[in-house]
Design a protein. Structure first.
Length: 312
């Protein structure tokens, strides 16, 4: 990928990959167009949709243009959100990039606050914020942007999940951009690489202005065990980014996952994952702690990673 210096193009571009969201993407794009401080550009990437998403995106681009907001519609035939995001990233010409999903919502002052935070912190490379998670039943909870101990919290709690930050375009490109091989946790894996350079991170304070909507038709399903087999690639890549000294964190993440499998009744998957983690543990005390994590998580325990943070 061609790495450009974007300092001469101040502002932010919002990149949105879209797959079969003809009925939902309008609300998302309209939220962005109607921002109190709109982005300098929007890039919409049709990711091999089989419905009429492409036509809807063209219409939305025309509406954005009528309001003075440049909006490109690109096509990426290879399936996968990381591939589509990279396609959009290649078209970004602004200093900052913000990735967003096609079924989420952005309150009107979100971009204005983010860019004001960037202006107030000229050495910042990542600007983050709290978001609201709304599940398919309508239940909501706040997901805080935890920029202290950020490498741990990114792994365990998705601090650098897609909708929770914007970054300098050069930082994302310099880190290698999105990994096209990832089918899950691609944002956490990218986050681990972004953090390797020790970027300056600033939090935009205030009430959450992004709503992340859970979807019943998600390609990955709504159960951890339905995605069994997809986790090993990102966990291995994250382990490489974090280094040998933090392998224990990755083992804890995997053991919590094993506990989730067990809680869902996927006993074979849970046993296999648990055994692999125990075999990789570095000493007896670590094995004991990991076994406790499995027991606690599999029996419905909550906040396991927070509970064990100062012990692992």
């Amino acid at each position: 990928m061609n790495v450009r210096n974007d300092s001469s193009n101040p502002g932010v571009t919002v990149v949105i990959p879209v797959y079969n969201r003809a009925g939902q993407v309008r609300g998302t794009v309209t939220d962005i167009v109607l921002q109190t401080r709109p982005p300098e550009a929007i890039v919409l990437v049709d990711n091999a949709s089989t419905d009429n998403t492409a036509q809807v995106l063209e219409a939305l681009a025309a509406e954005a243009a009528s309001r003075g907001i440049p909006c490109k519609v690109l096509s990426e035939p290879e399936p996968g959100a990381p591939v589509a995001r990279n396609r959009g990233l290649a078209a970004v010409e602004t200093e900052w990039v913000m990735f967003f999903d096609s079924d989420d919502n952005m309150l009107a002052g979100h971009i204005e606050r983010a860019m004001r935070c960037a202006a107030d912190n000229p050495d910042a490379e990542i600007i983050g914020w709290d978001v609201v998670w709304r599940d398919v039943s309508g239940k909501v909870r706040v997901m805080p942007f935890e920029y202290k101990d950020v490498e741990y919290h990114n792994l365990m709690h998705g601090t650098l999940a897609t909708q929770r930050y914007m970054a300098r375009t050069s930082l994302v490109r310099g880190a290698g951009a999105w990994n096209n091989r990832m089918r899950i946790w691609d944002d956490i894996e990218l986050g681990a690489r972004l953090l390797k350079s020790g970027p300056k991170i600033v939090k935009a304070n205030g009430k959450p202005q992004v709503i992340v909507n859970g979807q019943v038709d998600s390609i990955s399903g709504d159960r951890f065990s339905s995605r069994q087999g997809l986790y090993s690639a990102p966990l291995q890549a994250i382990a490489e980014s974090l280094g040998a000294g933090r392998l224990k964190w990755v083992l804890l993440k995997a053991m919590i996952l094993a506990g989730d499998f067990a809680r869902e009744g996927a006993r074979a998957e849970a046993t296999s994952c648990r055994s692999a983690v125990i075999a990789a543990a570095q000493n007896r005390s670590q094995r004991m702690l990991l076994k406790f994590a499995y027991f606690y998580q599999s029996h419905g325990g909550r906040a396991t990673a927070r509970l064990l943070r100062h012990l692992i």
